[in-house]
Design a protein around this ligand. Sequence first.
Ligand SMILES: NC(=O)c1ccc[n+]([C@@H]2O[C@H](COP(=O)([O-])OP(=O)(O)OC[C@H]3O[C@@H](n4cnc5c(N)ncnc54)[C@H](O)[C@@H]3O)[C@@H](O)[C@H]2O)c1
Ligand SMILES: [Zn+2]
Length: 365
Amino acid sequence: MSAEPSDLKTVHVDLGARAYDVLIGSGILARVGDFLSSGEPVAIISDANVGELMGERIQQSVMAAGLSSFLIEVPPGESSKSLDVMAHLLSRLAKKKVPRAGTIIALGGGVIGDLAGFAAASYLRGVNFIQVPTTLLAMVDSSVGGKTGVNLPEGKNLVGAFHQPKLVVADLDTLTTLPPREFAAGMAEVIKYGAIADRALFDRVAKGVKPEDADLADIIEKCVAIKARIVEQDEFEEKGLRALLNFGHTIGHAIEKATKYETYLHGEAIAIGMRAAAWLSVQQAGLPQLDADRIEGALKANDLPISLKPGVSSDSVLAALGNDKKVAADGRNRWVLLSSLGEAKSGCEISSDLASQAVYRLTLK
Ligand SMILES: NC(=O)c1ccc[n+]([C@@H]2O[C@H](COP(=O)([O-])OP(=O)(O)OC[C@H]3O[C@@H](n4cnc5c(N)ncnc54)[C@H](O)[C@@H]3O)[C@@H](O)[C@H]2O)c1
Ligand SMILES: [Zn+2]
């Protein structure tokens, strides 16, 4: 293995036998091979956009490490997170005779991470898995924590498995080709981390973050560390801790569902959902109004929406909210609320009246 660049940041995710490192730095995509000692052939799974941009670079790096590899590309977009595409991947792996000791690399955003991760969890009951996230959202969120899966026509993420990666390699250089709208969507999750767990991080990102900012690696490292600490304590989402990561997601998911996943990127829907959750936090959890205003300001400073587009009715969002996957057994939605910036609690109950008000306010400018 060659020398580490001095600015390479590492976050260790301490999950005992399933522990792994998240590496964050510039230019590390071309060094993925350095981190592999065995595990051939290496199946690199990507989408057509990312495969075209970076597939060859990663293959060369794997080849330089003396390992064979092949690239599988699927169409870009959420529709590839399906059982059909999964079946296609599994038979490609079988045809290539990838053994149990083989390796799957997910090269792409959250769609590829979830899909390839689920393939890695199920093929031969589990093979080595490496995440190479190429969107901001995947770097700070989906590549860490081991949730993998696909969608069903009946709903999002209804099939899946927990399968932790062996390594996550987040190369900041990959973000230079990411469309600005996708970068902003990732910033919604970054703002979320600050709001639920780190006021200083919130203060920084409230000023707005651009891909070229010198402290981007620092910001990503902080987010990954927050997620890592939460996942370490609640790997399988049993203790309510992992639920903290859902701040803004109860209404956010309802907005995505009401608009058939066509109008908003996930992060955009979550941005609007966070504004509503901040308002609810003021009503129910003692969040100072000034802090709720700062959340709105942070979303705007990062080019994120804070209200529903004309044509998206509050009624349609409320109807979708009634069907939220996270509805508790007693039929009521459980909410993540903030008592202050950097302090969140999960499992909060909100009356349906107050929830309606929160959603209605999203139709106002
Ligand atoms: N597993 C988890 O814990 C978890 C957490 C959050 C979200 N998710 C999932 O993540 C998915 C969303 O992920 P996403 O926002 O990364 O979307 P995505 O994977 O669809 O990527 C967004 C778009 O950007 C393109 N792209 C990716 N990287 C690029 C780059 N560097 N340069 C140019 N184009 C690039 C892709 O081809 C795609 O068109 C959803 O399916 C969601 O359910 C999973
Ligand atoms: Zn999210």
